[in-house]
Design a protein around this ligand. Structure first.
Ligand code: GLN
Length: 201
């Protein structure tokens, strides 16, 4: 049976993830309804707006099914808003926002500042040979990590108060980045890392 990776398709950068995964030869499925979760080998939580996704998760009756799938060990990869959704604790979000506690980290939403403060930089990422050009758009960062969380990347020197901020993590079969690898044409290495380390293919 071929590998099928779902992309949570309630809002956000769905197409970009589908494209990156397709380039790696993996079948993708848009996940909008509970039955779309059946038989998946992994689920991608895209960038977008975590509070909007929260509302839609509730409205579409997806919150509990996604929680159950994650609790059952479904491998997951979240980027930006997706990282927020997977986190254990989220700072600076709405009271009623959803997060799935799938990754033992505390993240701060919009930590790098507002839209105007979005920036790009080259990152070293554990498990990837050459630097990754990262785009941060109203991105969260990771403020605390649990004992089983591996830090994959931090903002390098030269970025003032942002230097040292944790921007990519993995714990078991769950991985997340503050930035948007899917936004860089031809950048498939983070998705490849997810498939190799988290999904196991
Ligand atoms: N600031 C957004 C949020 O809170 C995330 C931004 C993004 O995914 N580009 O969800």
């Amino acid at each position: 049976m071929s590998t099928v990776i779902g992309v949570l398709s309630l809002q956000g950068a769905v197409r970009e993830h589908e494209h990156a995964l397709a380039q790696l030869g993996v079948e993708t499925r848009k996940v909008r309804r509970p039955r779309d979760l059946d038989g998946l080998d992994g689920l991608v939580f895209p960038g977008g707006e975590s509070t909007t996704m929260s509302k839609l998760l509730n409205v579409e009756g997806m919150r509990d099914p996604v929680q159950q799938a994650l609790d059952g060990g479904l491998p997951a990869f979240g980027t930006c808003a997706g990282m927020i959704l997977l986190a254990d604790v989220v700072r600076d979000t709405r009271e009623d926002a959803v997060n799935f506690h799938a990754l033992d980290v505390t993240v701060r939403r919009n930590a790098f500042g507002r839209q105007v403060d979005s920036f790009e930089t080259d990152l070293d990422v554990a498990g990837i040979e050459d630097a990754v050009h990262a785009v941060f758009i109203r991105a969260p960062w990771v403020e605390q990590t649990g004992p089983n969380v591996e830090v994959l990347s931090r903002v390098p020197e030269g970025h003032g108060e942002h230097t040292g901020a944790i921007v990519a993590v993995r714990s078991g079969s769950v991985m997340a980045t503050s930035f948007h690898p899917e936004a860089m044409p031809g950048e498939k290495r983070l998705h490849e890392l997810f498939l190799r380390e988290c999904v196991g293919i």
